[in-house]
Design a protein around this ligand. Structure first.
Ligand code: NAD
Length: 488
């Protein structure tokens, strides 16, 4: 079923296997960030819509939890096939609603598909453990069971990958799911559920409720929602974690970031520049694993000049054009916030090496911002501390690796960090001492793949079990221990 009947149609919710109108008259426009053209309107659904979705998911859970695990996995195999068949179409839709470059969107679809691949291993992943003879004639066994209804709340920057971090594995483990996609990139979610239904998912197993705060709060407070998987900005992640945990739910809340890349004097400078450029400016810097601060160790003037030159040469434009790397930020309100940060950086005394505001006049239709670089940023400056989530890069200077690592320790965030070096000793020290959960060695975006946990530290994550990998399986299952005596 086609959900958008014309370009500005109001999106529908997907509840109990049917596309239904939200019980609201309030909608938000979804513009293409590169052109400003409105693609659709998203309903700001109410708690009554959440109630319907949770009820459907709770009902579906009664049979889904008892559906044999291999049968559940077969739906995921089919889903994998359908997503692969639609790879290009999905990537184009991401470009339209999020603005990122087609190559990045294509990669995002691939990362999402890998999550389905991982979840299709449910029969192996869900295996329990056993030990005979824990005492005389007594054996112990552990089985895994699903939790019930799980709620997923996702951000705008990965409209495909982040929902696929959540629902395929949750559902493969026997749970049913209610997804609240970002209201700024809601179109892709409808495609995802449509293909999941085509793959054979029974009604009520995956539901979508579009909207904003009311839907989030409805999920956080609902007593039939047993777990919350959240990805978004730091203040909201903390709020979600605290509110849902206070209601006794399991929560994993992935949050903001400030990822430091350390450039050592012995690094291959050409490669380091190239990795940093694509990490900092790809997806307009709107990635939780984007490089947003570079720590230049020693005399790095040549590196800095080369970085500035490459940033200056970046092609800015619509992500559908092949040669474009720097695409728009998501909304005008976000651009305004970023412009405020640029002013703050100047005010606090950082040296503005490249000013992205110069590009504003040239790209009037979309919410573009040119590449920006601040040099001689101090760790206590606002632009060094806050997540700006835009093509704005801060360069900090350090005498040695110890000082560089101290900057990482001072950051409240700990999502990712990278070192560029060929020196084994320095690399090992970085691995042991870097205060972040996902490290890169000569890698620009050290994001983990579906079979490993996405393991941010400090204020980049609230909870204990991360998304993906074995952590994901543990998060979406609970264990039952059976102890049996056989001496009767
Ligand atoms: P956001 O926090 O604005 O929104 C995320 C979700 O929370 C959306 O579905 C939104 O509707 C909801 N929401 C927003 N404000 C709310 C409120 N006050 N009450 C209840 N719900 C609310 O985040 P965003 O701007 O969409 O996404 C970007 C952020 O996500 C960045 O901070 C980025 O670092 C983070 N992110 C983190 C990871 C990670 O793995 N750690 C991955 C992707 C994105």
């Amino acid at each position: 079923m086609t959900v958008i009947k014309n370009e500005t149609a109001v999106l529908k919710n997907y509840i109990n296997g049917e596309w239904v109108d939200a019980q609201t008259t309030e909608t938000l426009d979804v513009p293409n960030p590169a052109t400003g053209k409105v693609l659709a309107a998203v309903p700001v659904s109410s708690k009554a819509d959440v109630e319907l979705a949770v009820r459907a998911a709770k009902e579906a859970f009664k049979t889904w939890k008892n559906t044999p695990v291999p049968k559940r996995a077969r739906i995921l195999y089919k889903y994998h096939h359908l997503l692969t068949e639609n790879h290009e179409k999905l990537a184009k839709l991401i470009v339209k609603e999020n603005g990122k470059a087609f190559k990045e969107a294509h990669g995002e679809v691939q990362r999402g598909i890998e999550c389905v691949e991982f979840a299709a291993g449910a029969p192996t992943l869900m295996m329990g453990e056993s030990l005979s003879n824990i005492a005389e004639d007594i054996d112990s066994e552990m089985f895994r069971y699903p939790l019930g209804v799980v709620g997923g709340i996702t951000p705008f920057n990965f409209p495909m990958m982040v929902p696929l971090w959540m629902f395929p594995l949750a559902i493969a483990c026997g749970n049913t799911f209610v997804l609240k996609p970002s209201e700024r990139t809601p179109l892709l979610a409808n495609e995802l559920v449509e293909l999941f239904t085509e793959a054979g998912a029974p009604k009520g197993v995956l539901n979508i409720v579009h909207g904003a705060h009311d839907v989030v709060n409805g999920l956080l407070d609902h007593e039939d929602v047993k777990a919350i998987s959240f990805v978004g900005s730091q203040p909201v992640a903390k709020y979600v974690y605290e509110r849902a945990a206070a209601k006794g739910k399991r929560v994993q809340a992935l949050s903001g970031a400030k990822n430091h890349h350390i450039v050592m004097p012995d690094a291959d400078m050409e490669k380091a520049v190239s990795h940093i450029i694509s990490s900092a400016y790809g997806s307009a810097g709107q990635r939780c694993m984007a490089c947003s601060a570079v720590v230049v160790v020693g005399d790095g003037d040549q590196f800095v000049q080369s970085l500035k030159q490459k940033a200056d040469e970046l092609v800015i434009g619509n992500g559908l054009d092949d040669e474009v790397l720097l695409t728009p930020v998501i909304r005008e309100s976000h651009r305004e916030k970023v412009l405020g940060y640029i002013e703050k950086g100047v005010e606090e005394g950082a040296s503005l090496l490249l000013d992205g505001r110069n590009a504003l006049d040239e790209f009037k239709d979309g919410t573009f911002l040119g590449p920006t670089i601040f040099d001689y940023v101090k760790p206590e400056m606002t632009i060094a501390k806050d997540e700006i989530f835009a093509p704005v890069l801060s360069l900090l200077r350090a005498e040695d690796l110890d000082e560089a690592l101290e900057y990482l320790r001072k950051s409240r965030f700990g999502n990712g960090a990278t070192i560029y070096s060929k020196d084994a000793k320095a690399i090992r020290q970085f691995r042991e001492e870097a205060d972040a959960g996902m490290l890169g060695v000569n890698v620009g975006v050290p994001a983990t793949m579906a079979f490993f946990p996405f393991s941010g530290w400090k204020d980049s994550f609230y909870g204990d079990l991360h998304v993906n990998g074995k952590d994901g399986v543990n998060f979406f299952t609970r264990k039952k221990m059976i102890t049996s005596r056989f001496d009767y």
